[in-house]
Design a protein around this ligand. Structure first.
Ligand code: GTP
Ligand code: MG
Length: 201
């Protein structure tokens, strides 16, 4: 169902501060600056819902948003692999994120964002491999398609699909742009199907 309403619920610094609610959760992850917050704003049609920035590392907290008065809950997570913090801090963040993904029982789908302009990066493939290994439900979303020609964007999509096939991972790969809203209907319908398949008890 198309998003009619989206409202900010809460931000958490730690996983154990995450809100207790009965709604199915969908979270967005990806490297810093890949366009998570922008995609969330495009999907919800709320230009200022999640804070965006051209400076990487903008999102430092786990941010929770309630969609359609409780149909589901969207979570904007901090980017992984942010280069400008110390390695120890980065590792601590990555650990916290992994903890969230494994422990959060409300989680129905993890949307993994990757930059459509680049070849698959080790950091992204490592994350995808880890998610598959944990048997967590996820899809891969290529961002910033508007920055590529149609041909280059489709090539990037194909490269990712082939890479996943080689890894023996079966999942959806979508091409999107927050700028033009390309792929938003597709993304919405994938989210809807995951919520419908796994309703909360
Ligand atoms: P962190 O919060 O730092 O992890 O970053 P993020 O992944 O939330 O990225 P954010 O949405 O803040 O976007 C980063 C930069 O990319 C901003 O300058 C956005 O304007 C730009 N951007 C995001 N999505 C798109 C897109 O679809 N097209 C174009 N052209 N630029 C985009
Ligand atoms: Mg962000």
């Amino acid at each position: 169902m198309e998003i009619q309403k989206a409202r900010y619920l809460k931000s958490a610094e730690r996983v154990d501060q995450s809100p207790d609610h009965p709604y199915p959760e969908i979270c967005f992850i990806g490297r810093s600056n890949v366009g998570k917050s922008s995609l969330i704003n495009a999907l919800t049609r709320h230009p200022k819902l999640a804070k965006t920035s051209s400076t990487p590392g903008k999102t430092r907290l786990l941010n929770f948003f309630i969609i359609n008065d409780g149909q589901w809950c969207l979570v904007d997570l901090p980017g992984y692999g942010y280069a400008k913090v110390s390695q120890a801090e980065r590792e601590a963040w990555d650990r916290r994120m992994q903890e969230f993904l494994v422990q959060r029982s409300y989680l129905r789908l993890i949307v993994v964002l990757v930059d459509g302009r680049h070849q698959p990066l080790d950091k992204d493939l490592d994350m995808i491999y880890w998610l598959a290994e944990q048997a967590l439900p996820f899809i891969v979303v290529l961002t910033k398609a508007d920055k590529l020609s149609k041909m280059a964007a489709n090539k990037s999509l194909k490269t990712y699909k082939e890479e996943l096939k080689e890894m023996n991972i079966e999942t959806e790969v979508l091409l999107t742009s927050a700028g033009t809203r390309q792929g938003m209907m597709e993304l919405q319908s994938v989210i809807d199907s995951f919520i419908a398949e796994h309703p909360n008890p």
